[in-house]
Design a protein around this ligand. Structure first.
Ligand code: 5GP
Ligand code: MN
Length: 366
């Protein structure tokens, strides 16, 4: 039994807006992941199946591993590539549905375009602390594993499930699978997640193929880059249970970095039971992209919001740092220094087997 967690008023209002809309634009956050793309394409196709005119407008391009899903049915329009088309779709739209984000900052340069649009606006999202004004409907459920789970629930409560087809089911599964780390993270600790998966499977989705293409899909260069990052660039502070990996633009270039190549790298250090906080910093063209993951009581959403212009979930968050990599690392180290050690430092006579700490690896590098 899948519970009706979305309030009736929001569902009723959303249905009314959809029925009235002549044309719908669906958008999601910058650097779209499986959940952002999956939920956007799923809702777009679902609305088309309902007889609506609907399009997806993305702020920037889809990572290599996820392009396969866009080629099937719905071709999204990318604002950074085809600004005129994206702008004209937004001008024409009477309804804009924002998926998998809750602050216009997450749309980058598309943000002001959406803010200025005359269309009614709706958010369907699972991130904490929504920060958006002027919405007609806000469906915000941080307790859900993914926006795809929430879109399924919205479709169920709105009575749209009979329009769900194999493509829509595949897109929803994509987001459920990627945001839960293939159902390994604690955000999948809800039997209803698996009831939704069962319902999607009944539409004939190819679960294995989706996993192979979206998650277990790295070019050899990407595998070498990840090996290098873990072997040469992972600094750990076992006393505080923290790990940091940084990759600057020269290192990325050396391994012919393509978007998506470092996806999930930030999760790797948490394989060690002694690590509860993992950080990855990558030097992109305009900023340092910061990703954080945590386990147990440690939360990273607040750190990303306060220090790295970002946010996210308690155990998975990200942000951006405007400055050099050295400055970003200094900012990280300042935060690290405020975190009480998990274990008291070992007395010096027993130091032989002491795990590497940040200072040690820094010295090794010099
Ligand atoms: P990732 O580390 O995979 O990029 O993102 C992990 C989580 O943090 C995702 O839920 C994502 O939406 C959120 N996140 C990543 N980058 C940012 C950012 O720059 N700003 C905000 N607000 N959230 C982010
Ligand atoms: Mn998501």
């Amino acid at each position: 039994m899948i519970s009706k967690i979305v309030d009736y008023h929001s569902i009723g209002h959303l249905k009314y807006l959809v029925e009235r809309a002549r044309s719908v634009v669906i958008t999601c956050h910058l650097s779209p992941d499986g959940d952002a793309i999956g939920s956007s394409l799923a809702l777009c196709q679902l609305l088309r199946n309902l007889g609506k005119r609907a399009d997806v407008v993305l702020p920037d391009q889809v990572p290599r591993q996820l392009t396969f899903i866009t080629q099937e049915e719905v071709l999204p329009v990318t604002f950074s590539v085809n600004r005129i088309k994206a702008q004209s779709l937004i001008n024409r739209a009477s309804l804009i549905v924002c998926l998998d984000f809750n602050s216009l900052k997450r749309l980058d340069k598309l943000g002001p375009v959406v803010a200025d649009a005359r269309a009614d606006k709706v958010v369907i999202d699972h991130h904490e602390d929504p920060d958006m004004e002027g919405l007609k409907v806000m469906i915000s459920h941080p307790e859900t594993s993914s926006t795809c789970e929430l879109v399924y629930r919205v479709a169920m409560q709105a009575g749209w499930l009979r329009h769900l087809d194999r493509f829509v089911a595949s897109c929803l599964y994509l987001g459920l699978m990627t945001d839960t780390g293939n159902f390994a993270y604690d955000n999948a600790d809800n039997p209803e997640v698996f009831e939704i998966v069962a319902a999607l499977m009944r539409h004939g989705i190819d679960r294995h193929e989706l996993h192979k293409r979206a998650i277990d899909n790295y070019h050899v260069n990407a595998l070498r880059l990840q090996g290098y990052a873990i072997h040469e660039k992972m600094r750990v502070d076992m006393e505080r249970g923290a790990a940091l990996i940084t990759l600057d633009s020269a290192e990325l270039e050396r391994f012919d970095y393509q978007r998506g190549d470092t996806e999930a790298l930030v999760n790797r250090p948490l394989s060690d039971p002694g690590i509860r906080w993992s950080t990855f910093m990558r030097e992109d063209a305009e900023h340092i992209k910061v990703s954080m993951r945590a386990e147990g009581d440690f939360r990273v959403d607040e750190i990303c919001a306060r220090h790295f212009n970002g946010g996210g979930h308690v155990h998975a968050a990200g942000g951006e740092f405007y400055g050099t990599m050295a400055e970003a690392v200094a900012a990280y180290e300042a935060i690290l220094a405020t975190i009480p050690p998990l274990f008291p430092a070992a007395p010096s006579s027993e130091n032989e087997n002491k795990p590497t700490n940040i200072e040690d690896s820094k010295n090794n590098e010099d």
